[in-house]
Write a protein that binds this ligand. Structure first.
Ligand SMILES: [Zn+2]
Length: 91
């Protein structure tokens, strides 16, 4: 459960979505772009997430979505059941 990191008092509802110049994890309740340093993720997963956002619109959409889906599963594993994390497919 994250406290006071976005416009919500508490949130455990997150979404993974790439956008230019943004961190890849967002609050899915208020849409706030969260600081990835708030999360206890392993460095290599954090790096993979940043690499994925840097490639946004530079690789084919189906490839982008496949990587995003797989990263979402890894984030779920590392953050555990306390969080609800969804992946937003790019169209
Ligand atoms: Zn929020």
């Amino acid at each position: 459960m994250l406290k006071n990191v976005c416009n919500c008092e508490f949130t455990n509802s997150l979404k993974l979505e790439a956008d230019f110049g943004a961190d890849p994890i967002w609050c899915s309740l208020c849409g706030w772009n969260l600081d990835i340093d708030e999360f206890p993720l392993k460095d290599n997963l954090t790096n993979d997430l940043f690499q994925w956002t840097e490639q946004y619109k530079k690789i084919p959409i189906n490839e982008h979505n496949a990587i995003g889906q797989s990263l979402t599963e890894k984030v779920k594993e590392e953050l555990g059941l306390e969080y609800r994390i969804i992946f937003i497919t790019d169209k």
